[in-house]
Design a protein around this ligand. Structure first.
Ligand code: NDP
Length: 293
């Protein structure tokens, strides 16, 4: 079994990104990323902290806006609009999920699609569906694709089963894997909570992408001998006796599945670091596009 080391592959991406930042710097440009956090959800806070930290480490212009959970929709949209107009900011991200009174779709639509480095704006969703490379692709599925590529796992002709149909992971992942050409050309199946006989579906897969949000949901019965498993899930489970009292696990029962699969990503240290790496890369792309206009 090969362990797909997301941490080290993410470092490769960051090194490439550094080179691109240096090239932009020689031309007088510095990519900027603005991250907005609304409320105080601890997981969201942790994600925002690591994005902001990595952006600063890479030498990006990095701004973090923290709004209280009581912030109104209008306030949030006004902040997005001010960042749209800010020439120092090339990428804008609103950490999901916002508090329930916020209409997340409306906020995403307020982001200038050219600064939508998360790839959630309808213009960018459409560009992905249309195979138009001028958009932005969501960072997590983009990171999964890169993990497969760097691990030498062929996708052409492979049966890829994605469990989960969210707009953030499952759906864009399917679009990427079914694209023509390098990293695509897979035969894609999407399964979800209404799928019948999930075990039979996933057992047919050469590549399983798990994006469910349920700890250890896919077990040894779901995975066939020699399959490749990409575990997107990040689930917090109680871990009495540990300093934090909890630990993070994926959607896949790693210990059981690792015995029979050909390659697997760990949680943590698999897809998570790739999401941040692709976010930084998308932000630099946004700046490069501006620099080249
Ligand atoms: P969502 O809750 O939006 O989607 C979960 C999907 O799983 C849904 O399509 C749902 O089906 C499906 N599902 C739920 N239960 C079952 C079941 N019993 N059988 C089959 N399918 C099921 O989650 P996200 O896509 O946003 O996230 C998924 C996981 O990935 C989470 O753990 C999240 O924390 C993690 N994540 C990790 C990231 C990273 O950087 N590593 C980034 C983003 C997410 P239905 O549509 O029918 O409800």
């Amino acid at each position: 079994m090969k362990l797909i080391d997301g941490k080290s592959i993410a470092e490769n991406v960051h090194n490439e990104t550094k080179g691109r930042i240096a090239a932009l710097s020689e031309r007088g440009f510095r990519p900027g990323l603005a991250v907005i956090l609304v409320g105080d959800d601890p997981a969201s806070r942790a994600y925002v902290r690591s994005k902001d930290k990595r952006a600063a480490e890479l030498g990006l212009h990095s701004v973090k806006h923290e709004l209280p959970a009581t912030a109104s929709q209008d306030e949030l949209v006004a902040l997005v609009q001010s960042l749209n107009a800010d020439p120092l900011v090339h990428g804008i991200l609103v950490q999901s999920p916002p508090p329930p009174h916020i209409d997340e779709a409306a906020v995403v639509q307020a982001i200038d699609p050219r600064k939508d480095v998360d790839g959630f704006h309808p213009v960018n969703v459409a560009k992905l569906a249309l195979d138009d490379p001028t958009g932005f692709v969501p960072c997590t599925p983009l990171g999964c694709l890169r993990l497969l590529a760097e691990s030498g796992i062929p996708t052409a002709g492979a049966n890829a089963v994605i469990v989960g149909r969210s707009m953030i992971v499952g759906k864009p992942m399917a679009l990427l894997l079914m694209r023509r050409g390098q990293g695509g050309d897979a035969t894609v199946t999407i399964a979800h909570s209404r799928s019948k006989d999930l075990t039979a579906i996933t057992r047919r897969a050469d590549i399983v992408i798990a994006a469910i949000g349920r700890p250890h949901f896919l077990g040894v019965d779901h995975i066939s001998e020699g399959a490749v498993v990409i575990d997107v899930g990040i689930n917090r489970v109680d871990a009495p006796g540990t300093p934090r009292g909890h630990r993070l696990v994926g959607d896949v029962d790693f210990d059981a599945v690792a015995e029979r699969c050909a390659a697997i990503t760990p949680v943590p240290g698999g897809v998570g670091p790739m999401t941040i790496a692709m976010l930084m890369s998308n932000t630099v792309t946004a700046c490069e596009r501006l620099a080249n206009t």
